[in-house]
Design a protein around this ligand. Structure first.
Ligand code: NDP
Ligand code: MG
Length: 431
């Protein structure tokens, strides 16, 4: 499984030369640089350490959340949820340990390890950032936000029915490296994830050592729990770079629909930029899936908007909302967000020629029921207070290939969305 140093080095050079833009990310720059000499052979030290940490995390979480099978997991997930009421402060066990107490990881070293694991796979696809700057100047570094439904491992293997995806492409040991590679390639300052069912054993231990502070909020009745050999419930996770932002407040929100509690959740956090002292709110959600549930999604969206109205003090605090809304732009929930008094715009519309159209797809898969190509994922932002400086282009149909997603090339059925934001120096008036 290991690559020779020469092969590893040339692979790295090829991929870097292929034009991935790497904006300065202080949190990742903070790590000590790799040796200038030829890289040493990658050993799975960091990935193995994360697995070891998973044991500790699991045994630690067992006291509140058994990671065993079936019913016990269901009850433990319920126990977690019962402790967290709507818009409550998150319980202690869902907050990452202070990363200051963990040995930092050099992101280049972790990337090398991932690439060593993936050496039999095709190289990652080239995606370019599109420059969207307008005349809003900014004296501060941009805030890079990544939105991504990473595909829960239990759902991918046990529920989703991706009939054209080889089962080997879904193996967690390699798929997790593809996910980490994507995150490390774009080095977001803030990472908003859905369908996370490997928080405690993978993302929390690794990302905290890369300088991120993480929060996880599982779905109360995660469908993952229905899958044999599951790894616990899936949910939303939010990570931010600790050396760029200070956490001002955090709310785990169990969404309601027509006053009834639902199985869908959101996390909303107010952060303060350490460079500029400006505050903003970042939220992540994953709304109810499937056709026939449009009104339910719409009600969940209204509930989320109401929560965000309160948290942003009626749009006074700039807002970014990332999510898998499970809704095309024609749906009511999309219209609620587009016309909200929070004055939101959808960032990926800016990639279209007229700035008014969403991309043709953010998810593309083949199930037993046929091909599913939809635009469901969005990054909403306060248009009076924030500007999108650039956005990562989507994969082309040719890159996605005839068997669609997920695949040996790409680990999820949803594409990641990545935007660079800056504060408007003089916020435009509301509307
Ligand atoms: N027996 C048990 O122990 C439990 C069972 N469940 C099951 O979970 C479900 C309810 O959970 P809920 O949160 O409302 O689920 P959702 O309807 O929101 O869907 C859950 C996941 O399924 C994916 N999905 C969407 N469409 C399809 C499809 N056509 N085929 C397969 N997967 C799809 C979604 O992914 P995406 O967003 O990417 O489209 C989503 O992440 C019920 O089906 C229930 O039976 C739940 C808990 C426990
Ligand atoms: Mg899914």
């Amino acid at each position: 499984m290991y690559q020779s140093p020469r092969r590893l080095c040339s692979a790295l050079l090829q991929r870097d030369a292929s034009g991935l833009r790497r904006l300065p990310t202080p949190g990742l720059r903070r790590q000590s640089p790799p040796p200038a000499a030829a890289p040493r052979p990658a050993s799975p030290r960091l990935l193995a350490a994360a697995s070891a940490a998973s044991g500790a995390a699991r045994s630690c979480s067992r006291t509140v959340c058994s990671m065993g099978h079936g019913t016990s997991r269901l009850y433990s997930a319920l126990a977690k949820t019962l402790n967290s009421s709507t818009a409550s402060q998150h319980p202690e066990y869902l907050v990452s340990p202070d990363p200051e107490h963990l040995e930092p990881i050099d992101p280049k070293e972790l990337l090398e390890e991932c690439r060593a694991v993936l050496h039999t796979r095709p190289p990652r696809f080239q995606r370019d950032f599109v420059d969207l700057r307008t005349d809003h100047p900014s004296s501060h570094p941009p805030i890079r936000v990544m939105q991504w439904n990473i595909l829960a491992q239990a759902l991918g293997e046990g529920k989703d029915n991706f009939v054209q995806c080889p089962v080997e492409a879904l193996k967690w040991e390699e798929r997790k490296c593809l996910i980490l590679e994507e995150i490390l390639a774009y080095q977001p300052d803030i990472l908003c994830l859905q369908e996370v069912d490997h928080y405690f054993d993978t993302f929390q231990p690794l990302l905290s050592r890369l300088g991120y502070q993480g929060t996880f909020f599982p779905k109360p009745w995660s469908p993952c729990l229905d899958v044999e050999h599951n790894n616990g419930p899936d949910g939303c996770a939010l990570f931010f770079l600790q050396n760029r932002f200070k956490l001002v407040n955090s709310a785990n929100i169990r969404l309601t629909a027509m006053t009834l509690k639902t199985n869908q959740v959101a996390i909303a956090q107010t952060l303060e930029c350490k460079e500029s002292s400006r505050q903003f709110c970042i939220a992540v959600t994953h709304l109810k899936a499937r056709t026939g549930w449009e009104r339910f999604r719409s009600a969940q969206g209204c509930d989320l908007l109401q929560n965000l109205q309160n948290i942003t003090q009626g749009a006074k605090i700039p807002l970014i909302v990332c999510g898998d809304f499970n809704a095309e732009p024609t749906e009511e929930v999309y219209k609620h967000f587009a016309s909200s008094s929070l004055n939101l715009n959808s960032a990926y519309k800016l990639l279209s020629a007229d700035g008014q159209s969403e991309p043709p797809y953010t998810t593309w898969k083949i199930r037993t029921s046929g091909e599913c190509r939809h635009t469901l994922d969005y990054i909403w932002y306060s248009k009076h207070a924030l500007s999108v400086r650039s956005a990562l282009d989507l994969l082309t149909e040719e890159q996605i290939g005839p068997n669609r997603l997920p695949s040996f090339n790409y680990p999820s059925d949803h594409l990641s969305l990545v935007c660079d934001f800056s504060f408007n120096e003089e916020p435009d008036g509301l509307l």
